[in-house]
Design a protein around this ligand. Structure first.
Ligand code: AMP
Length: 419
């Protein structure tokens, strides 16, 4: 079975085609600058040269058409016909309170995702454009939606509620939703496989550390708490986002700087804060690590930003250790978690009291799956490259299989009633 996974942004369209029997990537690519001059398609079929071309048309349907053309191109493609695509899986950022798992797409599901646009204005509307584009270009092909929020939907109320008047939760759905759920679920599942133990009996803390960062407490295969909240602004220090901050700073800054609430939240706290804001240098951890380690003139604020990032994460790890009543494994993933052994070491320094002891040598790896804890560490420690697309493909394939099983048994039932 071949499953096409799609991740649609307002101006970008990422895709990856999987062969599910082997879980191999057959091809992947990206359409960039949708809606602007110079829309380009970058494509790579496994084992072939990369291909790049200008894209005709300037909307998501044109992007999807270009993707199908290149996937079936004799030179650059991997398919003889689009009919080989058995299903499409869409990544959706916000699934609200209704979806605690992935679902097949129907009009009701689309309308619900559209209604959630108020909570995810940058993400859900382009996701809908992607779904509509597929409906136009691949009519009749089943589609599934896999939500970033779904994995966290089983958090208990004491973890997801904010201590504000309860009516505001009922009226507006103000609560912790959590994000990066697909990544947390993928790496927790993989850690259990590497440990050779059932996920259902493990307590795992997963640290997704990338441009956006979040940490989750995964107990018995369920996320019981996570650091991102109502929006992806809460929690850890990030590349350009402040993470946790006293909300009283918002009106204070509005008064002092003559800003609107929108400017404080979206301008300052989302785009100019985090390690960029503290260091004044860069949001990229490679730049910060280089600057902080400069043998002649170490960059003081770059170092402070890195220490703040590590300290905030350490506090969450301590909190989640207590929330789960212990810990079997600590997992690092995403751009920083997979690549920066310096940051992994910085985070683990001071966690020895919890039985978390990193092995200096084993930790010196980038971008590979590795066990990096010391032999005497009570908690096993892993670096695991995330693979959200594969999890989306798996869940899509499972839903399609479930649906055809359900259809087959419905057909059997219908036949029985005919007699
Ligand atoms: P992501 O959002 O998962 O793609 O992560 C992107 C971030 O990972 C970048 O902003 C970098 O800060 C960080 N990153 C990538 N490679 C490295 C590396 N070798 N060392 C430190 N940080 C890295």
């Amino acid at each position: 079975m071949r499953v096409l996974v799609i991740n649609c942004g307002s101006s970008s369209f990422k895709y990856r085609l999987f062969e599910m029997e082997t879980e191999a990537t057959l091809a992947k690519g990206l359409v960039e600058r949708i809606g602007a001059p110079g829309t380009t398609l970058k494509h790579q079929a496994t084992g072939k040269d990369p291909y790049q071309a200008e894209c005709k048309g300037s909307d998501h349907t044109a992007a999807m058409t270009a993707v199908l053309e290149v996937l079936t191109d004799p030179q650059w493609g991997v398919l003889k016909s689009v009919e080989e695509i058995a299903a499409v899986g869409h990544r959706i950022v916000h699934g609200g309170e209704r979806f605690s798992r992935s679902v097949l797409v129907d009009e009701d599901v689309i309308q619900y995702i559209a209604a959630l646009s108020e909570l995810a204005p940058l993400h859900n509307p382009p996701h809908i454009m992607g779904i509509r584009a597929c409906q136009r270009v691949l009519p009749g092909v089943p589609m599934a939606v896999v939500f970033d929020t779904a994995f966290h939907q089983e958090m208990p109320p004491e973890a997801f509620m904010y201590a504000i008047p309860y009516e505001l939760y009922e009226k507006y759905g103000i609560r912790r939703y959590g994000f990066h759920g697909t990544s947390h679920k993928y790496v927790a599942t993989r850690a259990a496989e590497l440990m050779g133990r059932p996920l259902a009996e493990l307590k795992i803390i997963t640290c997704h550390l990338g441009n956006g960062s979040s940490v989750a407490a995964v107990k018995g295969g369920r996320s019981i708490d996570t650091s991102m909240g109502f929006t992806p602004l809460e929690g850890l220090v990030m590349g350009t986002r402040s993470g946790d901050i006293d909300p009283a700073v918002v009106p204070f800054l509005m008064n002092k700087e003559g800003l609107t609430a929108e400017q404080v939240i979206n301008g300052l706290f989302n785009k100019q804060s985090g390690v960029l804001g503290v260091s004044g240098l860069s949001h990229d951890f490679r730049d910060l690590e280089d600057a902080a380690a400069d043998p002649v003139k170490p960059h003081r604020r770059a170092r402070l930003a890195l220490e703040m990032f590590a300290y905030r994460l350490r506090k969450y790890i301590g909190a989640y250790f207590v929330a789960m009543g212990g810990l079997d494994a600590l997992v690092f993933t995403a751009g920083i978690g997979e690549n920066s052994y310096e940051m992994r070491a910085r985070v683990c320094r001071g966690l020895e009291c919890l039985g978390i002891i990193l092995d200096g040598e084993r930790n010196r790896v980038r971008g590979v799956e590795a066990e990096i804890g010391a032999p005497e560490s009570r908690v096993r420690i892993f670096a695991i490259p995330t693979n959200e697309e594969l999890l989306i493909a798996r869940e899509t394939a499972d839903l399609i299989a479930g649906d055809s099983r359900a259809a087959a048994s419905a057909a059997v039932r219908a036949k029985k009633t005919e007699f």
